[in-house]
Design a protein around this ligand. Structure first.
Ligand code: ADP
Ligand code: MG
Length: 620
């Protein structure tokens, strides 16, 4: 059974496997390894995922959602196609697709995954991530923190000597800083700091505003469609700049040709407010780690936005030395997860690596406020950034005369008043009948490496009550309900049962042939696969039609044993046609048409599965 590593990102997700002693990135059906974490709903039809959905993010904002990871663990719900979805369910859809992609590559069932989460994720967020995996049919024994994964990948690339690192993970919507110590096969996260609203998207928005300013366009008054195109151009130009030099932006907006030039210096200027925030986060991190810049051996840049030269420049200025930029910064976390998957499979090379994590938030209980106010305050048991596993025991006394019981309420968070923190659960226990302050209980917190909090309370009579605040699994009914929802997800053509069956027939013919005939069939397989993966309606339809015709021909040839069919002219025309397809991009940008084509095509799954009535808004 294979284990894969998954970076479930805010903007992009990707999966990696460990095979034959090396790491392999798992491609999506379009050949890209980055899978946009975006889910879209197409009127009365079903769900689109990934790149196809990302294209609709700005043009169909009410039917498309991205960045839902930011709201993992909260009560936020997204309304799509007549019902609401939680970030957990949307994440499950993404995970399910990644699993499917991996199964296609590895040709075996994937049942287990190592999934990465931000180090600051709280218990609820972690437990929702696990639930999402469960809905996607993946067992997740262990979540690992993104910076731990990045540090693992760094060690693989740079060697294993003792080092103190700051992992600078700059993604699409978030910046996460982690102070990490690597020694003797141990990777320990000492402290974390971050901003949930600071990422590449903010840079895109800044460039978008710059473009509008330069062209005297009233940004707020522009139609969504125009804004979508400007934002797209902004991101493109940003990427172009990551290679250095400048980018010339040009776009027709409302019938007028607008231009602007983006240079490194201008971008640096535009990013100033973001850099200022970054600097504050660095200070915060160093303070929490009780450290200084001079004690850091390397600053390791990961995340897609780390490709930007201006960010590198800023960090070099801030630190007084060059940061380390690993290859393909946006894949580093996933590679680390893959390495860890290898560890779990006892891959020889990396067997002995250990990971230690920290508790990213403070855990404690509510106690009476000494100032006599009504509101209870948080009494910390396990401080944030404690190394896991962590354990702590404290004694608490009664606050009323002859009170019968003590209610221990458990919270996590950094706020003074418990009401401002996250409530996790409670345990009640009887206490000895005594005047206030004389009866007591001992409270013990143990927080383990899997993020499971065990709280036990013992009174002076030796009685004990306990509660396990685990990442609760889903109930059977919940699982069934969610799994049913998953069936509404539209499959890309290459994954649709009818098309898969068609390809399987070609493969069987291929196996049973030799020589020129075998070569011909091989070419057909290549052609059909390319067509099905092209993401373009016409190409998919041609591939299907031709495939059907060829299969008939192959069948006929087999029955009549007529080799003649194979040297005839039947193939001349398609070979030419295949050439035409080579350029791939042709009408991508020609407004709505292409997009709708795609949608229609992906929908054909329904016919293939014969479940025509689904998805038209029936409520739970
Ligand atoms: P996340 O971890 O948030 O899921 P990623 O690490 O994949 O996201 O980063 C996505 C961000 O990286 C996007 O904002 C994207 O525009 C940006 N990005 C990707 N490639 C480049 C590049 N070559 N230059 C600049 N930014 C890039
Ligand atoms: Mg990331």
């Amino acid at each position: 059974m294979a284990i894969i590593g998954i970076d479930l990102g805010t903007t992009n997700s990707l999966a990696v496997c460990w095979r034959d002693g090396r790491l392999e990135l798992i491609p999506c059906e379009d050949g890209e390894v980055l899978f946009p974490s975006v889910v879209g709903y197409v009127g009365g039809e079903g769900f689109l995922l990934g790149a196809a959905a990302k294209e609709r993010l700005l043009t169909h904002p009410s039917d498309t959602v991205g960045s839902f990871k930011c709201f993992m663990g909260t009560a936020k719900e997204y309304r799509l196609g007549g019902r609401t979805y939680t970030p957990m369910e949307l994440s499950a859809m993404v995970l399910e697709r990644l699993k499917r992609n991996a199964q296609r590559l590895l040709q075996e069932e994937i049942e287990e995954a190592i999934v990465t989460v931000p180090a600051y994720f709280n218990d609820k967020q972690r437990s929702d991530t696990k639930k999402a995996a469960q809905v996607a049919g993946l067992k997740v024994e262990r979540l690992i923190n993104e910076p731990s994964a990045a540090a693992l990948a760094y060690r693989m690339a740079m060697g294993e000597e003792d080092r103190t690192l700051i992992i600078f993970d700059f993604g699409g919507g978030t910046l996460d800083l982690s102070y990490v110590e690597c020694f003797d096969n141990v990777i320990e996260i000492v402290a974390v700091a971050g901003d949930n609203h600071l990422g590449g998207d903010d840079i895109d928005r800044a460039i978008q505003s710059y473009f509008c300013r330069e062209n005297a366009l009233a940004e707020e008054a522009l139609p969504l469609e125009a804004l979508a195109r400007i934002r797209h151009l902004a991101e493109q130009s940003k990427r172009a700049l990551s290679a250095g030099g400048h980018a010339d932006m040009e776009l027709t907006v409302e019938g007028r040709t607008c231009r602007a030039r983006l240079t490194e210096d201008i971008l640096f200027e535009l990013c100033m407010p973001l850099f200022e925030k970054m600097k504050q986060l660095f200070l915060h991190l160093l303070e929490d780690a009780d450290s200084r810049v001079s004690q850091i051996d390397d600053l390791v840049m990961v995340g897609g936005s780390s490709r930007l030269g201006v960010v590198r420049r800023f960090l070099a200025e801030l630190l007084g030395k060059e940061p380390v930029v690993l290859d393909q910064t946006d894949r580093v976390v996933a590679l680390g997860a893959g390495i860890y998957a290898g560890i779990r499979r006892r891959g020889e090379e990396i067997r002995d690596m250990l990971l230690t994590d920290v508790c990213p938030f403070t855990l404690g209980i509510g106690v009476r406020n000494r100032s006599g106010q009504d509101k209870n305050v948080l009494s910390p048991m396990i401080e944030r950034n404690s190394t896991l596993p962590a354990s702590c025991r404290n004694r608490f006394v009664t606050t009323s005369d002859y009170q019968r019981e003590i209610l221990v309420k458990i919270y996590q968070g950094e706020e003074y008043y418990v009401d401002d923190n996250v409530y996790l659960g409670e345990v009640a226990i009887e206490v000895a009948l005594k005047p206030a302050g004389q009866a007591w209980v001992d409270v013990q917190f143990t927080y383990d490496i899997n993020g499971i909090l065990h709280v036990s309370v013992e009174n002076e009579m030796g009685e004990r009550r306990q509660i396990l605040l685990a990442n609760q699994a889903l109930t059977a009914e919940e699982l069934e309900r969610y799994t049913k929802e998953m069936e509404k997800i539209m499959l890309p053509p290459i994954e649709q049962p009818a098309n898969r069956e068609m390809l399987a027939r070609f493969l069987a013919y291929f196996e049973n042939s030799t020589g020129e005939r075998r070569e011909r069939i091989g070419a057909m397989i290549g052609y059909v696969t390319r067509g099905l993966c092209s993401g373009r309606k016409k190409a998919v339809r041609n591939a299907q039609e031709n495939a059907r015709a060829w299969l008939n021909m192959l069948e006929e040839a087999q029955e009549t044993k007529e080799e003649r069919l194979f040297d005839g002219r039947a193939f001349e025309s398609w070979e030419e046609e295949d050439e035409d397809w080579g350029d791939g991009e042709e009408s991508r940008d020609s407004e709505g048409e292409e997009q709708d084509d795609r949608v229609e095509d992906w929908n054909s799954r329904k016919e293939n599965r014969g479940e025509g009535g689904e998805g038209d808004g029936d409520e739970e």
